[in-house]
Design a binder for this molecule. Structure first.
Ligand SMILES: *Cc1c(COP(=O)(O)O)cnc(C)c1O
Length: 497
């Protein structure tokens, strides 16, 4: 045993290391290129039990190492083939985007450099590149110069951070109470967070994780376009106050997960201001409209938010994970800062050293900023804008086509972003839920497309999320045709039973 035996496992200046690196990367590239060249479906349609069986048959480890080509072949056969192919134009189920090639390449560099964003001595250049991208997005959102932010693992973490800061800020200002030092104050069970009934479930999840309980979340009715009814918001705030409860925060949603609806942020900002509430804007989905001159106005008022969630792994076409969290006043980050002697001692910051751990709920953290940077440079802002504008146009066009079909019921004929909620409606009312569930499963296991299933007022509906700028109206027509065929199949199945 000699330490040079390990050379080939790592990227380093040895011949063995370089050669092994090139070989595995080239083999991986060849595998993916070959696969994408020949792949024609969004999914093979294989059922979960069969996949589980195949995965269980894989040998998980090897005693003495195996040829990378052999392992990659297993990966191709057992993992890649039966994966959900998110880059396929008929993959339109969830808010799950095709990743940009520029970002895929960046992932290789991110993994190779393996910088960690917690302390400057683990991310020397990465620290400053992330800071510049945060500033770039802040400027696009027209946030004041006091604003700041951090990359996060996604919307869940960003929403959690928004509500965490809202809670600690409120307790500090209202009761002069330091939650970080003292835990929750006696009256914390009276604190309330308002959001629309169509807000993301992570608002409730954050509330219980923050020790406020789900009871802290009061949902406000939405109007027929699934936007928060702001008159009802005012009423709810008053009702809570009258009942001795303490509203502390309102969450506006810019792009609800099902409908893509955008609350009136300006109106909500004014109500928040009048009532001394923290305003958090969950723009995980809709935040991408900052890339579009034509649609940016839909986010009007976002610059007044105390905190903002944006996901780059949705409509910015970044591989998972990639998100960000912004605050209007960067001093509020002190509510989550903790100084560890080994990582970010206080005197370092006095010396001007930047340790991003002070702004994050994570410690070790990925250099995801690099992939957004490489994408913005290689793809260019104009193409981002064209992709956003095209998918919004496609959604409008598709909703129009669908609305004309007598057997399709569209919930949002004028989609605000690019999600369309609909169902097949040509059947006896009592069988619609079963019929649409049947259609959903048949589409999934036929492999022709990936659509999502959701509920509207307790009824089963289907959903297209048109993130992919390569999807065409012909793809939509084809899926609608397939849906009609499966509906017919369902009816006939009823007869023969
Ligand atoms: C996707 C989404 C989230 C959750 O974000 P993750 O990145 O999945 O953690 C939160 N809010 C909204 C509106 C979303 O669309």
């Amino acid at each position: 045993m000699n330490t040079t035996d390990f050379d080939r496992f790592f990227l380093n200046d040895s011949e063995a290391g370089i050669q092994n690196f090139q070989q595995i990367i080239l083999e991986t590239e060849a595998l993916l290129s070959r696969f994408y060249k020949n792949n024609s479906d969004a999914y093979t349609g294989v059922f979960p039990t069969e996949i589980e069986k195949e995965i269980n048959e894989l040998s998980l480890t090897s005693e003495n190492g195996e040829e990378s080509g052999k392992v990659l072949n297993d990966v191709l056969e057992k993992v890649v083939k039966n994966s959900i192919h998110v880059s396929h134009p008929t993959s339109m189920g969830h808010l799950h985007c095709p990743p940009l090639i520029s970002a895929i390449a960046a992932e290789l560099i991110i993994g190779t450099l393996n910088q960690s964003m917690d302390s400057w001595d683990q991310s020397s250049t990465a620290t400053y590149l992330e800071e510049r991208l945060i500033k770039w997005v802040s400027n696009k959102l027209v946030l004041p110069s006091s604003a700041d932010g951090t990359f996060t693992s996604g919307g869940t973490q960003s929403n959690y951070m928004g509500l965490l800061l809202a809670r600690d800020f409120f307790c500090d200002k209202r009761w002069n109470w330091n939650v970080k030092a003292q835990g929750l104050p006696a009256d914390s069970h009276k604190l309330r967070i308002l959001c629309s009934e169509d807000a993301h479930f992570t608002v409730k999840k954050s509330a219980f994780q923050l020790g406020l309980g789900e009871q802290a979340v009061i949902t406000v009715e939405t109007d027929e376009h699934k936007k928060m009814n702001t008159a009802k918001l005012v009423q709810e705030i008053q009702r809570l106050k009258n009942g001795g409860l303490i509203p502390m925060c309102v969450v506006a949603t810019a792009g609800t997960t099902d409908f893509g609806s955008i609350d009136s942020i300006s109106e909500i900002a004014e109500i928040a201001q009048n009532n001394g509430l923290w305003l958090h804007v969950d723009a995980a989905y809709g935040g991408a409209l900052l890339l579009s001159k034509k649609h940016f106005h839909k986010l009007a008022g976002i610059e007044q938010a105390d905190s903002i969630t944006i996901d780059f792994h949705k409509q910015f076409y970044q591989p998972i994970s990639c998100g960000a969290f912004f605050v209007k006043d960067k001093t509020n980050f002190h509510y989550i800062a903790h100084h560890a002697d080994y990582l970010n001692p206080e005197n370092d910051e006095e010396d001007g050293l930047v340790h991003l751990v002070s702004k994050s709920v994570q410690t070790t953290r990925r250099f995801d900023a690099l992939k957004l940077f490489m994408s913005l440079r290689i793809v260019g802002e104009k193409s981002f804008e064209n992709m956003i504008d095209y998918t919004l146009h496609l959604a409008k066009q598709a909703a129009g086509v669908m609305d004309k079909k007598p057997h399709i019921e569209v919930c949002n004929i004028n989609p605000e972003i690019n999600a369309i909620v609909f169902r097949y409606s040509d059947a006896a009312p009592g069988s619609l839920n079963e019929l649409n569930t049947y259609i959903y499963k048949r589409i999934l296991h036929s492999g022709t497309a990936l659509v999502a299933k959701t509920k509207v007022k307790g009824e089963v509906f289907l959903k297209f999320t048109l993130l992919n700028p390569r999807t065409t109206i012909v793809d939509i027509e084809d899926i609608l045709h397939t849906i009609s065929q499966f509906a017919l199949e369902y009816e006939n199945r009823g007869i023969t039973q």
